[in-house]
Each structure stands twice: as C-alpha cells, then as structure tokens.
Write a protein that binds this ligand. Sequence first.
Ligand code: OOG
Ligand code: MG
Length: 262
Amino acid sequence: MTLDNTAIQRLAERVETAQTYATPIRKLTDDYPGMTVADAYRVQTALRRSYEARGQRVVGWKAGLTSRPKMLQMGVDKPGIGFLTDAMARPENSVISLGDMIHPRAECEIAFVMGAELSGQVSRDQVLAATDYIQPSVEIIDSRFTGFKFDLESVLADNSSSARFIAGGRPRRPGSIDLRTIGTVMELNGEIVALGASAEVLGHPADAVAMLVGVLHEMGEVLPAGSFVMSGAITAAVPVKSGDSLIARFLDMGSVSVRFGD
Ligand code: OOG
Ligand code: MG
C-alpha cells in the first residue's frame, strides 16, 4: 500500500463520477504511478461503501480477466474481482439502455448462485459443494478509462469495469454438467461474433470463484450464501451499440437474449 486514505477517497470519487456521468477519465496510475493492487482494492471498497450509502445493495461479485482471450484483449495478465449491486441487474429479453455508458462491451459468462457461505482459501470442490446452481449470464462491461485502455491497478479501482449484468437461460445443478465443456456462441444481430468453451476460464470456472473468495478474504470479506457470482468472460468482449440484439447460447443451458437501446 502506498496511498493514504485521503488519496483513496479522492480516487473513489473520481471513479464514481466517471461511472455516474459516463465520462471517460485518464487511468489512475497516470497520476499515482506507485499505486498497488492493494490500493486499487481499497479504492474499490470505498466505491462500494459509497454506493451502499446511497441505498444500493451488493447482490454478488464478479471475477474478471480470468480467460486467456480476455487477458490478451486487455493486455493484463492477472485476474481480479469486482462487486455487483442490485442497480446493475437487468432482466433477460429486455431493452438495455446504453446512453448512460461510455463504450459498452458484452461478455458470455457462467454464473454461480451460492447456497452456502464461503471464506478463505477454498478448493474447486468446496466451491461446487457450496453452489446452489449455475446459470448462463451476460455481462455488459464499460471501462471508465479513455479508449478502454488500462492496467491492472486502474481497472480494479474501476470495479473491474462492472456496469450491467443479466442472468437467464436454464439453471443447472453443478453436479449435473461438466463445467469445463460448456460451449458458448454469441450472436449479434444474427451473426456469430464470439465462440468459446468454459474451460477457457482458468481451466474450470469454479476455480475463478475460488480465486474470488481468496481475494475477498484478503479484503476481510466472505462470500455470503445467496450471492450471484460471475466467473469471467469465456471469450474476448464484443462492443455493442443501440439497436443491436444479442443472443448468448450456452450448450445444454439455454440462452440469454437482450436488446440494446439509447
Ligand atoms: C475488465 C473486466 C473483465 C471479464 O469477464 O473478464 C471482465 C475489462 O476487461 O474491462 O469482466
Ligand atoms: Mg466479465
């Protein structure tokens, strides 16, 4: 840690303003080159507390940069986490407004709904045992940094680009399906724009949840029962614009459809 509490608070306000007004900012490390990953999570925590103080509720967490296609796309080689609030949730088959985002991109992800609390260093099997069900999901990310360009510290402070998320499709019990071999096809306006398989996510998406629980532990937090957890994009993220329709198909798990508006 290199930044004092005043700097952390100031950076959280800078990020919150960029998120609220959809105005791009320089990456935080341009002004604070000594910023560490621990500092970045302190900014993220300050941001979370601020949203909670405004009445938003944390309903889950997301892992990000957990697949090679994502790491290559963003030029970052380590995964991270972010929080999800009720204000970010959108129903499937709805029209999602993009006017309040800067440069949104869509991702196909396997989501876990937790039946039991998890904390500390946990194994893949412990994650699966604590999972009530898994479900297809789509995440809409929106980096607050100019040109969608950042480093690990900046993106973590920006809550890992979290913007919106949609759960849908057919929920499955974790024991009823091989979580490594779920094929995904993303169609944008009827064209296939991204193809993948779930093993891209750290070899097994439950390992991304284990990573996330470990990071939470370092932040002094646990993953509560009932949490909605996204394990990270399987493929590179795809830019979306008003008027687009998106269908994310998941092998043996149905699909998630949304349309985008102004
Ligand atoms: C960071 C967030 C990455 C994922 O699923 O990999 C993410 C970014 O790429 O902007 O949500
Ligand atoms: Mg994501």
